[in-house]
Ligand binder design. Structure first.
Ligand SMILES: Nc1ncnc2c1ncn2[C@@H]1O[C@H](COP(=O)(O)OP(=O)(O)O)[C@@H](O)[C@H]1O
Ligand SMILES: [Mg+2]
Length: 522
């Protein structure tokens, strides 16, 4: 290193010729000449400064040779010797590093020639943040490794980082716990309220199904408690400790169902799914897979589902590897699956595969005796969730609810009770308030006779005719009852025919047909 000013040449590189010329002709410049200006010298100076910096700022340094023997340690490193179990330096220096420093990775850096810039090393002397840098000769061959102890006691020196890491880890654990509890069942058989013979029979069949590992098929109208039962079956089954995972065919677009079921291999798509995603079969492994609204499953997915169930394996999209799974399937539908099979809309082979333990869940109108109990349980639940007092229904208000046909079943009953809780000022509910809510919900607030206030209501208005009037052709009597019902519905809806048709549970077209038969303007 000469300390001579040596400005870069036109190409940016130091110009040796220029340096030689100026050395002889130009007098000493006034600029600070202690700094080198040629690349090699700059590098050497930088390397020495960096080394000095590390040597002073770090907690200790050591050097191993090609044979991974310790050949040098600095003064700071010497402090660690007692903690590592050595009284004298000669028991440490000159020995293979792996025999004097437990868990060292220095030999690995020797073998690969790749530095380990940051690592945590834990051994009998404590936990350290370390860095290991290979040393090369002129020809580029690895001739040794420099080990630097950047920090000792990282738990105090790296406190902010470690605290942040611990917080993130805690958040992650909480999210995992939350997810697991959501996947755990929400309901047990105790949540299925009902003591009528119909309700008890459903519970008996479902309890028995829980103990078997065969597929269960829950059949019943919407809002009858099929999903609740699926949860309860899982909770009472030997798989209770494993996940309960549901897929609702009606809620997932057809084009996404396959990915939802079978998963996506990493790299199959660009963008959000680049990393790949587990399918529901994989997520439910060891547990229960609930296929809700099975009747809405598109035919292309039916074929693949059948194959998956037959083979116990799925192939994630974009992968050619099969993933085996172990799930128990519980399916539910409000559609007439047998009819769908006949019409060619549902695969017969899949139908028989899933229809091993069918359970028919009766509609509320077949178990009206359960309504008082249900009202009580639902009001309790609504109050618990909303934080308000529990509703109390006057007897005539309850009678009005008992008289409903409840086409939407328990979900509809629940909605009406929620409306009452939201809208009424007091928690004592009178018949007029119930009638108002029913009217707004588009439900027929059927007249309640004293007899209908009993546990089983008569869904038809009382016939005013005596026995004599009944001794007429049946068709005529039926037509009269129909006319009366249509007139009542039209009066109730202020002549709104769409609403009237909905109340009567018939299509608008058939309401128009009947009106024409009755000789009323259409
Ligand atoms: N037997 C029951 N006892 C208490 N609540 C019920 C019962 N059956 C259904 N429910 C409630 O009614 C609503 C609809 O039930 P759900 O299981 O979703 O019906 P489905 O799947 O048949 O449409 C839910 O809020 C559920 O908790
Ligand atoms: Mg449902």
């Amino acid at each position: 290193m000469t300390g001579v000013v040596d400005p870069p040449g036109a190409n940016g590189k130091p110009s040796r010729a220029g340096a030689a010329r100026r050395q002889s002709t130009i007098p000493p410049v006034t600029a600070d000449t202690r700094l080198p200006r040629d690349a090699q010298s700059i590098l050497e100076l930088a390397a020495r400064s960096m080394f000095d910096l590390f040597a002073n700022a770090s907690e200790g340094m050591m050097l191993v040779d090609r044979q991974a023997r310790v050949v040098w340690i600095n003064d700071q490193y010497r402090r660690f010797l007692p903690a590592l179990g050595f009284e004298r330096e000669e028991d440490f220096v000159g020995h293979p590093v792996s025999s004097v420093v437990q868990n060292t990775q220095m030999h690995q850096v020797l073998a690969t020639g790749k530095p380990i810039l940051i690592d945590l090393l834990t051994n009998r002397a404590g936990t350290f943040v370390v860095s290991r840098i290979p040393l090369r000769d002129e020809a580029g061959g690895v001739i040794g490794v420099l080990g630097i102890v950047l920090f000792d006691h990282p738990e105090t020196t790296l406190q902010p980082l470690i605290a942040k890491f611990a917080r993130l880890e805690q958040d992650l654990n909480e999210a995992r716990r939350e997810l697991a509890s959501q996947r755990r069942t929400k309901y047990t058989f105790a949540s299925f309220v009902g003591s009528t013979p119909g309700a008890l029979e459903v519970k008996r069949q479902a309890r028995r199904a829980a103990l078997s590992s065969s597929p269960v098929l829950l059949l019943g109208e919407t809002g009858t408690g099929k999903e609740l039962l699926a949860h309860a079956i899982h909770a009472a089954s030997p798989r209770a400790g494993r996940p309960f995972v549901s897929v609702n065919m009606a809620a997932v677009p057809d084009t996404l169902l396959e990915a939802e079921f079978f998963g996506v291999a990493p790299g199959a798509y660009t963008g959000a799914d680049k990393k790949g995603r587990d399918g529901k079969f994989k997520l439910a492994d060891g547990g229960t897979l609930f296929l809700d609204e099975l009747g809405d499953m598109p035919p292309s997915v039916q074929v693949k589902l059948l194959r998956a169930l037959q083979e116990g394996e799925v192939e994630p999209l974009g992968s050619n590897k099969l993933v085996s799974f172990d799930v128990r399937v519980v399916a539910a539908t409000s559609r007439d699956l047998m009819q769908m099979v006949r019409d060619g809309h549902f695969r017969e082979d899949l139908y028989y595969r899933l229809n091993v333990l069918p359970i028919r869940v009766p509609p509320l109108r077949e178990r009206q005796g359960d309504i008082p109990l249900l009202i009580e349980a639902l009001c309790e639940d609504i109050a618990a969730r909303g934080g308000g007092p529990q509703l109390e229904l006057e007897p005539d208000a309850q009678a009005l609810l008992l008289a409903q046909p409840w086409r939407g079943n328990i979900r509809e009953l629940r909605n009406v009770l929620e409306q009452l809780a939201l809208r009424s000022d007091s928690h004592h509910i009178e018949a007029a308030e119930v009638a108002a809510v029913l009217r707004e919900a588009g439900l027929p607030a059927l007249a309640v006779t004293p007899a209908a206030a009993g546990p089983v209501a008569n869904p038809l208005p009382p016939a005013s005719e005596g026995t004599g009037a009944r001794l007429r052709p049946l068709a005529q009597q039926v037509a009269e009852v129909e006319h009366r019902a249509i007139e009542a519905a039209l009066a109730h809806t202020g002549d709104n025919r769409t609403a009237a048709a909905r109340l009567l549970g018939i299509s608008r077209a058939s309401l128009y047909d009947r009106l024409a038969e009755m000789g009323l303007a259409v």
